[in-house]
Design a protein around this ligand. Structure first.
Ligand code: GLN
Length: 211
C-alpha cells in the first residue's frame, strides 16, 4: 500500500459523486489510500495530488472557475505535471479553444473542440471504444458530447469514434468526450490519475496484458 493521495473533484457545478466513487474504486485496485475532496473555492487545488474536472455545462463551469479563482490554480497544477482527468464539459474547459466565446478555456490540452458535435438529434449514445493503454474495450457513455476537432503535436489521441478523437492525452492531462464515471469501469480513472502517481499498477493495462 503506497502513501495516501488527495484527489480533488471540481464541484462548482453538477453531480460529482460518481467521479469520487470511480476514484475510490481505482485507488483500491492500485493499492492507494485516497482522500477525495470537492472543490468549490480557491485554496484547495494546491493541496491536491490529482484532479478530476467533471462534465456539466462548460459555459457555466468556466465562468464559475474564473469567478472563484480556481482557474489559475488548475493551470498551475497541470504546469507542475500533476494528473488531471477532464470529462465531457471538462474536456471543453480544458481545451485550447471551444470555438464559443462563452467558454473561457484553460488551455491545458493543445486541442480545439466542437461542443455538441454529435448534434442535438443524437443527444446521447453508448459505444465500445478501443482505448490506448487499456487491454479491453471501454463502454463509453456520450451525453451531448463534444469532439476534438484539431490537435497539436503534444497531444496523443487515445481513442476515436467515427474517426474523430474522443479521448486524448497531453502530458499530465487526460480528457474524454464521454463519461467514464457513469459505468462501474474505473480503468480510465486509473489510467489518467493513478498510473502517473505510481504505486501498484494492478489490473489490465496493455503492458501487463502483454507481459
Ligand atoms: N454539451 C455540454 C457543454 O457543451 C457538455 C455535456 C456534458 O458534460 N455531458 O458544455
Amino acid at each position: 500500500m503506497s502513501a495516501g493521495v488527495r484527489i480533488g473533484v471540481v464541484a462548482v457545478q453538477g453531480n460529482v459523486s460518481e467521479h469520487a466513487d470511480a476514484i475510490e474504486r481505482a485507488a483500491a485496485a492500485t493499492g492507494h489510500e485516497v482522500e477525495t475532496v470537492e472543490i468549490r473555492e480557491s485554496g484547495v487545488v494546491p493541496d491536491c495530488d490529482a484532479l478530476a474536472l467533471p462534465g456539466g455545462e462548460s459555459t457555466t463551469i468556466s465562468r464559475l472557475l474564473r469567478l472563484e479563482g480556481i482557474d489559475e490554480e488548475i493551470i498551475a497544477h497541470a504546469d507542475a505535471g500533476k494528473p488531471i482527468l477532464a470529462t465531457c464539459a471538462g474536456l471543453i474547459v480544458a481545451s485550447s479553444d471551444a470555438r464559443d466565446d462563452r467558454v473561457e478555456t484553460l488551455g491545458l490540452i493543445d486541442a480545439d473542440v466542437d461542443r455538441n458535435a454529435f448534434g442535438r438529434q443524437v443527444d446521447s449514445f453508448e459505444a465500445g471504444l478501443d482505448v490506448d493503454g487499456l487491454a479491453d474495450p471501454f463502454h463509453a457513455v456520450f451525453i451531448r458530447a463534444p469532439v476534438v476537432s484539431e490537435v497539436g503535436p503534444s497531444v496523443d489521441v487515445l481513442a476515436t469514434w467515427e474517426d474523430r478523437p474522443v479521448a486524448v492525452r497531453d502530458g499530465p492531462v487526460v480528457a474524454t468526450a464521454f463519461h467514464p464515471e457513469l459505468t462501474d469501469d474505473y480503468r480510465i480513472h486509473r489510467l489518467a490519475l493513478f498510473d502517473r502517481l505510481g504505486g501498484d499498477a494492478g489490473g489490465d493495462t496493455e503492458a501487463e496484458a502483454e507481459a
